[in-house]
Design a protein around this ligand. Structure first.
Ligand SMILES: Nc1ncnc2c1ncn2[C@@H]1O[C@H](COP(=O)(O)OP(=O)(O)OC[C@H]2O[C@@H]([n+]3cccc(C(=O)O)c3)[C@H](O)[C@@H]2O)[C@@H](O)[C@H]1O
Ligand SMILES: Nc1ncnc2c1ncn2[C@@H]1O[C@H](COP(=O)(O)OP(=O)(O)OP(=O)(O)O)[C@@H](O)[C@H]1O
Ligand SMILES: NC(=O)CC[C@H](N)C(=O)O
Length: 575
């Protein structure tokens, strides 16, 4: 069996920054070739970043992507890297109609030697690729060093048949799939299972390459996989980190001569690129690479850190600003921010009012002390008194005023000092509208907006335990984790005055939001009908608040935003 050394570049492209992405392709290809790779691959649309959304509809952007593809091929050759084929995802167009396509190409000897477009387009959850792309109908097969390598793009393996079945029919020795597959809790186990099943169906080894990094609300976790047709896991990339996976694969020698244009299942037509190269004897085997697996909390926390870092950095900011109340939400956001961009770039403000307890002020200062982030105190009392004198507010209006004064203060400091404001709202609050519009909901990015309150507590404890294991100071004060959550907008207020306990609330929200169950189905699971009705009503009438909330990293199967699109003006009240 010929040995094929492949290099899978698990990279972090930047959407729209084609020049940067091109430089990265050259840089990683240089490393791959130096490591003896005979085939190098990059993720889905690595040249443009992914997803590009309506940029796909701009002719200038499509043409820039296509031109950069040609230029990348030329630059690779000019650098002496042209003898190794590079598989690279880009934004292309259908030649006959100019419709945009989600494409990949093989670059070889200074030229774009083969182009193809994604066959199955995802159009659910966060994806709406039928808005942008038309599908491709080819089965691309690259013959390199005597091995037939079939190529596919992400969704191509998530649906039955298509390129997976055609790969089997064409008798390829390897199926290489380039991906832009966003993170969701538990998705990696599902992916491994899927990749195993598809490798068996294709009847060959499957190399699954995914990108890393963050793009607005999406986080890409890498977790590149190589699996044999018998389901043996040969290699697995790290989570959330860039890496070059170089490995030697023993693959069957190509023995098929199906002519170009052969039509397989689903009407997929063979397009063959035969490089005419012979297997290469490697002097040393590729060194084994082993990356640690992450447990549930570690994985979710890493996703939040990755998403926050990507948003802040890719939007050109150096520092963030957070209102630090001494409560668990802003504490976790501060810990995430410190891990994402370093405590020296995290600025926090304590903004006490007459209702702020001493422990809240102390807990906020204690967190600052433990982490070393930048901390100051600005009392909202004088501004509050001025408003009250002018307007004489009471009840909810008085409560919300405090939150809004804090929001205005944060925005003022942001404008003055150039930090980007992080909003500390969690998914439970967002679900029931338990936040003040233009108050604690101000901010540019919400690191924990897709995290239920019960999970916030788990993550805070996990982060502190991690610090202990590493011999470091746990960032979050014990008291912040132990005390009952309170907005402190009136004397002795606690969240449980107006909301069910978070364990109960999150259980109902999980069924209503994540599982889309209706009222009767939730009640049938043993929940109090009055609680179910109340929670359902709160969720349904808070859509307007969610639409005005900043973006934040998606970690669940149903993040508020593209995963769950409901009308704001909505008369349907039966769950
Ligand atoms: N469908 C709709 N489309 C657009 N706007 C709509 C609307 N329905 C109401 N509105 C408007 O929304 C405004 C009311 O919303 P808003 O001003 O936010 O006020 P509201 O939702 O009435 O009150 C805020 C709630 O959040 C709780 N809270 C506040 C702060 C922090 C925390 C915490 O612990 O984290 C909790 C607070 O206890 C209270 O229950 C009004 O101006 C109303 O006219
Ligand atoms: N005294 C305060 N100083 C600074 N920021 C505050 C203060 N009180 C509230 N905030 C800001 O408003 C957000 C909402 O806080 P609130 O105390 O109302 O409820 P919460 O959702 O339980 O949040 P937390 O757990 O962070 O306290 C906080 O996360 C924080 O960013
Ligand atoms: N980019 C894609 O085609 C992604 C779709 C696929 N179902 C995934 O989440 O991995």
């Amino acid at each position: 069996m010929p040995n094929l050394r492949i290099a899978l570049a698990q990279t972090d492209p930047r959407v729209g920054d084609i020049a940067h992405n091109t430089d990265e392709v050259i840089r990683w290809s240089r490393q791959a070739v130096a490591a003896g790779a005979r085939l190098v691959a990059f993720p889905e649309m690595a040249l443009t970043g992914y997803p590009v959304e309506d940029l796909a509809l701009r002719t200038s952007f499509v043409e820039a992507s296509r031109a950069a593809l040609v230029e990348t091929a030329e630059r690779l050759a000019a650098e002496g890297l042209g003898e190794v084929p590079v598989v690279l995802g880009y934004l292309g167009r259908k030649p006959e109609t100019s419709s945009p396509q989600n494409c990949a190409a093989v670059l070889y000897r200074g030229e774009v030697a083969l182009r193809f477009a994604k066959h199955f387009l995802p159009n659910y959850g966060v994806f709406d690729e039928y808005r942008y792309f038309v599908p491709g109908h080819q089965l691309p097969v690259l013959r390199v060093d005597g091995v037939d390598v079939a190529l596919a793009i992400c969704e191509d393996i998530w649906q039955e048949g298509g390129r997976v079945r055609a790969t089997g029919e064409a008798g390829a020795g390897l199926l290489l799939v380039v991906n832009g597959s966003p993170y969701e809790q538990g998705k990696n186990d599902g992916r491994l299972e899927l990749v195993r099943r598809r490798a068996a169906e294709a009847g060959c080894t499957l190399a699954y390459l995914n990108m890393v990094g963050g793009q607005d609300e999406l986080v890409f976790d890498g977790d590149t996989l190589v699996v044999t047709k018998d389901g043996e896991l040969l290699a697995r990339g790290p989570k959330f980190e860039e890496a070059l996976l170089v490995m030697d694969l023993e693959l069957p020698a190509a023995d098929r001569q199906d002519p170009d244009g052969t039509v397989y299942s689903d009407g997929l037509r063979l397009v063959r690129l035969d490089l005419g190269t012979a297997p290469v004897e490697q002097s040393e085997p590729a060194p084994a690479q082993d990356f640690p697996r992450l447990d549930d909390e570690a994985e979710i926390y890493a996703a939040l850190v990755t998403g926050t870092r990507a948003y802040v950095r890719k939007n050109g900011f150096k520092s963030v600003l957070i209102g630090l109340s001494g409560g668990i939400d802003s504490a976790l956001v501060a810990a995430i921010a410190c891990d994402a961009i370093g405590a020296e770039n995290v600025y926090c403000v304590s903004m006490p009012s007459r209702y702020s307890s001493q422990h809240s002020k102390d807990d906020a200062a204690e967190l600052a002390h433990r982490t070393g982030l930048n901390f100051r105190t600005v009392s909202i009392a004088p501004m509050f008194d001025a408003y009250m004198e002018s307007l004489g507010l009471t009840g909810l209006a008085e409560e919300n005023l405090q939150s809004r004064l804090r929001g205005t203060l944060l925005m003022a400091i942001s404008n003055q000092e150039g930090h980007i404001v992080l909003a500390p709202g969690n998914k439970s609050e967002l679900a029931v509208g338990y936040s003040t519009l233009y108050g604690d909901s101000v901010g540019a990015f919400g690191p924990i907006k897709d995290v239920y309150k019960t999970l916030i507590f788990r993550l805070a404890k996990w982060r502190n335990e991690l610090a202990e294991q590493r011999g470091e100071t746990p960032p979050i004060p014990e008291n912040t984790i132990l005390k009952p959550p309170s907005a402190e907008l009136r004397p002795d207020q606690v969240d449980s005055d107006s909301l069910p306990d978070y364990d109960l609330l999150d259980s109902v929200l999980d069924l209503y939001i994540e599982h889309d169950l209706g009222r009767e189905a939730i009640v049938a699971k043993g929940f109090d009908p009055a609680v179910v009705d109340r929670v359902g009503r709160l969720v349904d009438t808070a859509e307007y608040k969610r639409r005005q909330y900043p973006p934040g990293p998606k970690i669940s199967q149903k993040g508020f935003g593209r995963d769950r699109r409901l009308p704001i003006t909505n008369g349907w009240r039966r769950g």
